[in-house]
Design a protein around this ligand. Sequence first.
Ligand code: EPS
Length: 375
Amino acid sequence: MIRFLTAGESHGEKLIGIIEGFPANLYLDIDFLNKELSRRQKGYGRSNRMDIERDEAIVISGINRGYTTGNPISIVIKNRGTNIDLVEVTRPRPGHGDLAGALKYNQKGGRNVLERASARETAMRVAIGGICKLLLKEFNIEIYSHIVQIGRIKVSEELYKNIGRKELVNIVDESSVRVFDKDIEKSIIKELDKAKKAGDTLGGVMEVIGTGIPIGLGSYVNWDRKLDGKIAQGIMSIPGIKGVEFGLGFETANRLGSKVHDEIYYKDSSYYRKTNNAGGIEGGVSNGEDIVFRAIMKPIPTLRKPLKTVDMETKEIALAQFERSDVCAVPSASIIAENILAYILANEIMIKFGGDSIEETKANYTNYREGLKSR
Ligand code: EPS
């Protein structure tokens, strides 16, 4: 099993991550990790904090001459945006963790809460997910994402359903809001500018896709081993995410069963489907189709035109505190979601195939794949 912990505050000196249970002898391409970190930092609508930060993963243990050793891997990312006045937040922002966190930890206000509840922490989760993506590549598993809605502007499914994956990935990575359609991009930017001008914020919906997934990750035998349950928990832990749906998701409620479930076919020693309404998971187990899910992110709670709140000192009605904030972080959240999925899948690969070196894990994987052909 791969496990990890992160530490560090948004405006503290550094973020720290430790990842353990990772097999030996995998080339840890640090340039790739840094590319993932920079993908997370992009996106129209981010605050100017993103102009300050130049996220770079410094790997300080667990590798030798570029290859993993099986020892715990530790990573550090330096914070540059520390020059903010760390005043106490006594006028908690509705929608943020300020009030509940301050009451829970017996704090005078939300400062110590927001320092950790901030999305800054996700930089380290992307670095860790990046390491997991490198493991997944050994098994030909790829993960990508794109944005399907920001505010009221939706990308029609008709527009992207026939586009090849490689093409989609390349286009969305060049787009400032991670959509492939230039006209939609323009409309979204207009919406974001409007929201910013009004002192407001916007949320949206992202779609994440995993390809090359072997049959049999996760399990139906107990509640905490179900793959969709594990993915949903990981994705819901991204700040601002309020819902996850797999495959056809909430739309399945509108349809008869016969219009939902993916019929089963067999060719060249393997089972396959012509549709993927299940999003690649049945009974909490991967069924060999792409894993597809969407996640909805609420609008950022820090508003330049603040909502009403209560001052925690005076208990008087007040306006919520404002500090530097994003207008929209949905494009960034899609990169975080990719990397969280990468962690969950890499962990499942290790649970299913085991091994202490990449050679051992791959041998077990190949053996299983061979065995499937006669089942
Ligand atoms: C965040 C507020 C902003 C964001 C931050 C998340 O930071 P600051 O208060 O320093 O301007 O930029 O996101 C990041 C720092 C990041 O790396 O994603 C918040 O309140 O959650």
